[in-house]
Design a protein around this ligand. Structure first.
Ligand SMILES: Nc1nc2c(ncn2[C@@H]2O[C@H](COP(=O)(O)OP(=O)(O)OP(=O)(O)O)[C@@H](O)[C@H]2O)c(=O)[nH]1
Length: 251
Protein backbone atom coordinates (compact mmCIF):
# COMPACT_ATOMS: atom_id res chain seq x y z
CA UNK A 1 0.00 0.00 0.00
CA UNK A 2 1.37 3.41 -0.95
CA UNK A 3 1.71 6.41 1.36
CA UNK A 4 -1.01 8.17 -0.74
CA UNK A 5 -3.39 5.28 -0.29
CA UNK A 6 -2.83 5.39 3.44
CA UNK A 7 -3.60 9.10 3.43
CA UNK A 8 -6.75 8.53 1.35
CA UNK A 9 -7.93 5.84 3.71
CA UNK A 10 -7.39 8.09 6.69
CA UNK A 11 -9.36 10.84 4.91
CA UNK A 12 -12.15 8.49 3.91
CA UNK A 13 -12.46 7.13 7.43
CA UNK A 14 -12.47 10.65 8.81
CA UNK A 15 -15.20 11.64 6.33
CA UNK A 16 -17.43 8.76 7.27
CA UNK A 17 -16.76 9.24 10.92
CA UNK A 18 -17.50 12.98 10.71
CA UNK A 19 -20.78 12.52 8.86
CA UNK A 20 -22.81 12.26 12.02
CA UNK A 21 -24.33 15.75 11.86
CA UNK A 22 -23.80 19.50 11.73
CA UNK A 23 -21.22 21.16 13.94
CA UNK A 24 -23.12 22.62 16.87
CA UNK A 25 -21.92 26.16 16.12
CA UNK A 26 -23.71 26.30 12.77
CA UNK A 27 -27.08 27.98 12.52
CA UNK A 28 -29.40 27.87 9.54
CA UNK A 29 -28.17 31.34 8.51
CA UNK A 30 -24.57 30.22 8.36
CA UNK A 31 -25.04 26.81 6.80
CA UNK A 32 -22.84 26.15 3.81
CA UNK A 33 -24.33 24.91 0.53
CA UNK A 34 -25.58 21.31 0.48
CA UNK A 35 -22.80 18.76 0.62
CA UNK A 36 -22.60 15.24 -0.64
CA UNK A 37 -23.77 12.68 1.87
CA UNK A 38 -21.79 9.49 2.29
CA UNK A 39 -23.48 6.22 3.13
CA UNK A 40 -21.13 3.56 4.41
CA UNK A 41 -22.38 0.10 3.55
CA UNK A 42 -20.39 -2.95 4.62
CA UNK A 43 -20.55 -6.17 2.66
CA UNK A 44 -19.79 -9.28 4.67
CA UNK A 45 -19.90 -13.05 4.26
CA UNK A 46 -17.64 -16.08 3.78
CA UNK A 47 -14.61 -15.95 1.55
CA UNK A 48 -15.43 -16.62 -2.10
CA UNK A 49 -19.15 -15.81 -2.00
CA UNK A 50 -18.58 -12.91 -4.42
CA UNK A 51 -18.42 -9.77 -2.28
CA UNK A 52 -15.70 -8.24 -4.41
CA UNK A 53 -17.52 -9.10 -7.64
CA UNK A 54 -20.82 -7.65 -6.41
CA UNK A 55 -19.30 -4.38 -5.21
CA UNK A 56 -17.17 -4.08 -8.33
CA UNK A 57 -20.17 -4.70 -10.54
CA UNK A 58 -22.15 -1.96 -8.84
CA UNK A 59 -19.32 0.59 -8.82
CA UNK A 60 -17.55 -0.22 -12.10
CA UNK A 61 -20.57 -1.59 -13.97
CA UNK A 62 -18.98 -4.90 -14.91
CA UNK A 63 -17.89 -8.28 -13.60
CA UNK A 64 -14.17 -8.23 -12.76
CA UNK A 65 -12.03 -10.38 -14.98
CA UNK A 66 -10.16 -11.79 -12.03
CA UNK A 67 -10.24 -11.38 -8.30
CA UNK A 68 -8.02 -12.34 -5.42
CA UNK A 69 -8.97 -12.90 -1.81
CA UNK A 70 -9.54 -9.53 -0.17
CA UNK A 71 -6.98 -8.69 2.45
CA UNK A 72 -8.25 -6.26 5.07
CA UNK A 73 -10.84 -4.25 3.16
CA UNK A 74 -11.39 -2.67 -0.25
CA UNK A 75 -13.36 0.54 -0.62
CA UNK A 76 -15.46 1.08 -3.70
CA UNK A 77 -17.47 4.22 -4.23
CA UNK A 78 -20.15 5.44 -6.55
CA UNK A 79 -21.76 8.82 -6.71
CA UNK A 80 -25.45 8.67 -7.47
CA UNK A 81 -28.22 11.21 -7.79
CA UNK A 82 -31.48 10.52 -6.00
CA UNK A 83 -34.24 13.09 -6.43
CA UNK A 84 -31.67 15.79 -7.16
CA UNK A 85 -29.46 14.94 -4.20
CA UNK A 86 -25.95 13.67 -4.78
CA UNK A 87 -25.16 10.71 -2.55
CA UNK A 88 -21.87 8.89 -2.33
CA UNK A 89 -22.27 5.19 -1.70
CA UNK A 90 -19.15 3.84 -0.06
CA UNK A 91 -19.05 0.07 -0.19
CA UNK A 92 -16.66 -1.65 2.20
CA UNK A 93 -15.77 -4.97 0.66
CA UNK A 94 -14.49 -6.87 3.66
CA UNK A 95 -12.21 -9.89 3.72
CA UNK A 96 -14.06 -13.16 4.23
CA UNK A 97 -11.01 -14.99 5.51
CA UNK A 98 -10.54 -14.63 9.22
CA UNK A 99 -6.75 -14.25 8.98
CA UNK A 100 -7.18 -11.32 6.57
CA UNK A 101 -9.71 -9.42 8.64
CA UNK A 102 -8.63 -9.70 12.24
CA UNK A 103 -7.04 -6.32 12.85
CA UNK A 104 -9.46 -4.44 10.57
CA UNK A 105 -12.73 -5.57 12.08
CA UNK A 106 -13.24 -2.57 14.35
CA UNK A 107 -12.93 -0.25 11.33
CA UNK A 108 -15.54 -2.17 9.37
CA UNK A 109 -18.20 -1.61 11.95
CA UNK A 110 -17.55 2.00 12.87
CA UNK A 111 -20.33 4.37 11.73
CA UNK A 112 -21.93 1.81 9.47
CA UNK A 113 -25.15 2.89 7.78
CA UNK A 114 -26.19 -0.48 6.36
CA UNK A 115 -25.03 -4.09 6.14
CA UNK A 116 -25.22 -6.47 3.20
CA UNK A 117 -24.83 -10.14 4.14
CA UNK A 118 -23.77 -12.31 1.23
CA UNK A 119 -23.86 -16.07 0.81
CA UNK A 120 -23.24 -18.22 -2.25
CA UNK A 121 -26.33 -20.12 -3.43
CA UNK A 122 -24.05 -22.97 -4.51
CA UNK A 123 -22.47 -23.28 -1.05
CA UNK A 124 -24.56 -24.51 1.86
CA UNK A 125 -21.55 -23.85 4.06
CA UNK A 126 -21.59 -20.13 3.26
CA UNK A 127 -25.30 -20.06 4.11
CA UNK A 128 -24.72 -21.87 7.40
CA UNK A 129 -22.12 -19.23 8.30
CA UNK A 130 -24.67 -16.43 8.23
CA UNK A 131 -25.62 -16.65 11.94
CA UNK A 132 -21.94 -16.17 12.81
CA UNK A 133 -21.77 -13.03 10.63
CA UNK A 134 -24.94 -11.71 12.23
CA UNK A 135 -23.46 -12.42 15.65
CA UNK A 136 -20.29 -10.53 14.72
CA UNK A 137 -22.43 -7.47 13.86
CA UNK A 138 -24.16 -7.80 17.20
CA UNK A 139 -20.87 -7.98 19.03
CA UNK A 140 -19.86 -4.72 17.38
CA UNK A 141 -23.02 -3.05 18.67
CA UNK A 142 -24.84 -2.75 15.36
CA UNK A 143 -28.40 -2.00 16.35
CA UNK A 144 -31.51 -3.22 14.62
CA UNK A 145 -32.04 0.30 13.30
CA UNK A 146 -29.18 -0.30 10.85
CA UNK A 147 -30.76 -1.67 7.66
CA UNK A 148 -29.60 -5.15 6.67
CA UNK A 149 -30.20 -7.15 3.56
CA UNK A 150 -29.46 -10.72 2.59
CA UNK A 151 -27.98 -11.50 -0.81
CA UNK A 152 -27.67 -14.99 -2.32
CA UNK A 153 -25.08 -14.66 -5.08
CA UNK A 154 -24.09 -16.85 -8.07
CA UNK A 155 -27.62 -17.58 -9.24
CA UNK A 156 -26.22 -18.11 -12.73
CA UNK A 157 -24.86 -21.48 -11.56
CA UNK A 158 -28.33 -23.00 -11.61
CA UNK A 159 -27.15 -26.61 -11.81
CA UNK A 160 -25.16 -26.28 -8.61
CA UNK A 161 -27.63 -24.57 -6.30
CA UNK A 162 -27.46 -25.91 -2.73
CA UNK A 163 -29.53 -23.27 -0.95
CA UNK A 164 -33.16 -23.13 -2.01
CA UNK A 165 -35.02 -19.85 -2.16
CA UNK A 166 -37.56 -21.16 0.38
CA UNK A 167 -34.93 -21.90 2.98
CA UNK A 168 -33.17 -18.58 2.37
CA UNK A 169 -36.46 -16.70 2.56
CA UNK A 170 -37.32 -18.33 5.88
CA UNK A 171 -33.95 -17.31 7.24
CA UNK A 172 -34.35 -13.76 5.92
CA UNK A 173 -37.85 -13.51 7.43
CA UNK A 174 -36.65 -14.77 10.78
CA UNK A 175 -34.04 -11.99 10.84
CA UNK A 176 -36.33 -9.32 9.39
CA UNK A 177 -34.22 -8.85 6.30
CA UNK A 178 -35.24 -8.62 2.67
CA UNK A 179 -33.74 -11.35 0.47
CA UNK A 180 -32.26 -10.84 -2.97
CA UNK A 181 -30.95 -13.63 -5.13
CA UNK A 182 -28.65 -12.48 -7.86
CA UNK A 183 -25.55 -13.01 -9.91
CA UNK A 184 -22.67 -10.58 -10.03
CA UNK A 185 -21.66 -12.35 -13.22
CA UNK A 186 -24.93 -12.45 -15.10
CA UNK A 187 -26.86 -9.32 -14.22
CA UNK A 188 -29.98 -10.40 -16.04
CA UNK A 189 -30.36 -13.65 -14.12
CA UNK A 190 -33.69 -14.05 -12.45
CA UNK A 191 -33.49 -14.99 -8.83
CA UNK A 192 -36.11 -16.80 -6.86
CA UNK A 193 -39.13 -15.68 -4.93
CA UNK A 194 -37.36 -13.36 -2.54
CA UNK A 195 -35.65 -11.33 -5.17
CA UNK A 196 -36.67 -8.42 -7.31
CA UNK A 197 -37.81 -8.96 -10.86
CA UNK A 198 -35.55 -6.18 -12.09
CA UNK A 199 -33.28 -7.10 -14.99
CA UNK A 200 -30.31 -5.80 -13.06
CA UNK A 201 -30.43 -7.16 -9.55
CA UNK A 202 -27.06 -5.89 -8.40
CA UNK A 203 -28.05 -2.34 -9.22
CA UNK A 204 -31.43 -2.84 -7.55
CA UNK A 205 -29.87 -4.22 -4.38
CA UNK A 206 -27.62 -1.28 -3.63
CA UNK A 207 -30.10 1.31 -4.89
CA UNK A 208 -32.75 -0.17 -2.59
CA UNK A 209 -30.44 0.18 0.39
CA UNK A 210 -29.57 3.75 -0.59
CA UNK A 211 -33.22 4.76 -1.01
CA UNK A 212 -33.92 3.26 2.39
CA UNK A 213 -31.07 5.21 3.99
CA UNK A 214 -32.04 8.44 2.27
CA UNK A 215 -35.59 8.18 3.52
CA UNK A 216 -34.40 7.25 7.00
CA UNK A 217 -31.65 9.81 7.55
CA UNK A 218 -31.91 13.58 7.85
CA UNK A 219 -29.59 15.64 5.69
CA UNK A 220 -26.09 15.70 7.18
CA UNK A 221 -22.83 17.35 6.30
CA UNK A 222 -20.05 15.22 5.01
CA UNK A 223 -17.90 16.57 2.24
CA UNK A 224 -18.14 18.89 -0.76
CA UNK A 225 -19.70 17.47 -3.92
CA UNK A 226 -17.04 16.20 -6.25
CA UNK A 227 -15.85 13.36 -8.33
CA UNK A 228 -16.05 9.80 -7.20
CA UNK A 229 -12.78 8.58 -5.78
CA UNK A 230 -11.28 5.38 -7.07
CA UNK A 231 -11.02 2.20 -5.06
CA UNK A 232 -8.61 2.15 -2.15
CA UNK A 233 -7.30 -0.94 -0.49
CA UNK A 234 -6.15 -1.49 3.05
CA UNK A 235 -3.86 -4.46 3.17
CA UNK A 236 -2.80 -6.35 6.22
CA UNK A 237 0.61 -7.92 6.23
CA UNK A 238 0.31 -11.07 4.21
CA UNK A 239 2.38 -12.96 6.75
CA UNK A 240 -0.06 -12.42 9.58
CA UNK A 241 -2.42 -15.13 10.64
CA UNK A 242 -3.94 -14.23 10.75
CA UNK A 243 -36.38 -4.02 14.05
CA UNK A 244 -38.67 -5.17 11.96
CA UNK A 245 -37.80 -5.79 8.43
CA UNK A 246 -38.18 -3.21 5.76
CA UNK A 247 -39.59 -3.80 2.34
CA UNK A 248 -37.76 -3.84 -0.94
CA UNK A 249 -39.16 -0.83 -2.73
CA UNK A 250 -38.63 -2.25 -6.19
CA UNK A 251 -40.02 -5.75 -5.59
N1 LIG B 1 -20.43 -17.95 -11.58
C1 LIG B 1 -20.26 -16.92 -10.76
N2 LIG B 1 -19.07 -16.74 -10.16
C2 LIG B 1 -18.93 -15.68 -9.34
C3 LIG B 1 -19.98 -14.76 -9.08
N3 LIG B 1 -19.53 -13.84 -8.20
C4 LIG B 1 -18.27 -14.16 -7.94
N4 LIG B 1 -17.89 -15.27 -8.61
C5 LIG B 1 -16.59 -15.94 -8.58
O1 LIG B 1 -16.36 -16.37 -7.22
C6 LIG B 1 -14.98 -16.24 -6.88
C7 LIG B 1 -14.85 -15.42 -5.60
O2 LIG B 1 -15.33 -14.10 -5.85
P1 LIG B 1 -14.91 -12.86 -4.94
O3 LIG B 1 -15.75 -11.72 -5.35
O4 LIG B 1 -13.45 -12.67 -4.99
O5 LIG B 1 -15.29 -13.41 -3.50
P2 LIG B 1 -15.18 -12.65 -2.08
O6 LIG B 1 -16.42 -12.93 -1.33
O7 LIG B 1 -14.84 -11.21 -2.31
O8 LIG B 1 -13.95 -13.41 -1.41
P3 LIG B 1 -12.94 -12.85 -0.23
O9 LIG B 1 -12.29 -11.63 -0.76
O10 LIG B 1 -11.97 -13.97 -0.02
O11 LIG B 1 -13.76 -12.61 0.99
C8 LIG B 1 -14.29 -15.61 -8.10
O12 LIG B 1 -13.70 -16.64 -8.85
C9 LIG B 1 -15.42 -14.99 -8.89
O13 LIG B 1 -15.16 -14.94 -10.27
C10 LIG B 1 -21.23 -14.98 -9.74
O14 LIG B 1 -22.22 -14.25 -9.59
N5 LIG B 1 -21.31 -16.08 -10.56
Amino acid sequence: MTRNNKANIANDMAEVESSAGFPSSLTSATLPPPRTRIFKIIVIGDSGVGKTCLTYRFCAGKFPEKTEATIGVDFRERLIDIDGEKIKIQLWDTAGQERFRKSMVQHYYRNVHAVVFVYDVTSATSFRSLPAWIEECKQHSLGTEVPRILVGNKCDLRESVQVSTDVAQQFADSHSMPLFETSAKSPSSQGGGGSCSSSDHVEAIFMTVTHKLKSQKPLMLSQPSGTVAGGVTIHLDRGRDGARGWACSSC
